[in-house]
Design a protein around this ligand. Sequence first.
Ligand code: ADP
Ligand code: MG
Length: 245
Amino acid sequence: MHAMKLETYEAGKSFGDFRALDGVSIKVAAGTVHALLGENGAGKSTLVKGLIGYAPLDQGAVMLDNREHAVDSPRTAHALGIGMVYQHFTLAPGMTVAENLLLARGRLPWRIGWKKERAELTAFMDSMPFRLPLDRLCGSLAAGEKQKLEILKQLYLKRRFLILDEPTSVLTPQEAQEVLGLVRDLAHQGELTVLMITHKFHEVSAFADAVTVLRKGRQVGDALVADTTPDLLASWMMGEARIAA
Ligand code: ADP
Ligand code: MG
């Protein structure tokens, strides 16, 4: 088991006088998929940009496996094993799967001892529950395969806490199922812990173990997914606006 537990305690962030995030305490258990839900402007990106160190939180604490860490830059976050996958791809389309993995580690594919790297990459791919051909050009992969490669890349970088920011928004429903199925399997095997931003209730109920709902920068709901319904999640997300509608 390599997956890490992540907790925040009273996390907060202001932009000038505006409190975008206030007193958010989440607990993401090791080896689980934890969904982060909320309307536009709820504070989801503010929280995860804090966790990855792009825009450090200005209040509260972040704990990994019960140890507090100051996540003050992406470099610090990466060194702690925290990674992020975005809705858009960050792959080099003219390079192969193998070359993209090497580049992620800062290795220039044309400057390496290829034979040794090849054996290591093959062993890595064989250890994964999902494989991609090492010699395929990334530009020729379907969108779902590209997103799987982004996730494999994070594992290749030894990231153990993965933040996914709307990872399925450019995928077909079929591809989305496959990618989230892979993510869930990796988490439940203990390889990863996942915090996933999504707007889609059906993805929460099918693939997440637990859920936190933010509204206007505050935490308004926390539950095991098994104890929720789409209606309950919607009422947390929209609050009084929904009752008025
Ligand atoms: P979400 O990702 O849930 O849609 P965000 O975390 O992006 O929400 O934004 C939360 C609130 O903080 C919004 O009201 C947004 O306008 C504000 N905000 C986010 N980033 C900044 C920034 N860099 N400067 C000023 N306000 C910001
Ligand atoms: Mg956002």
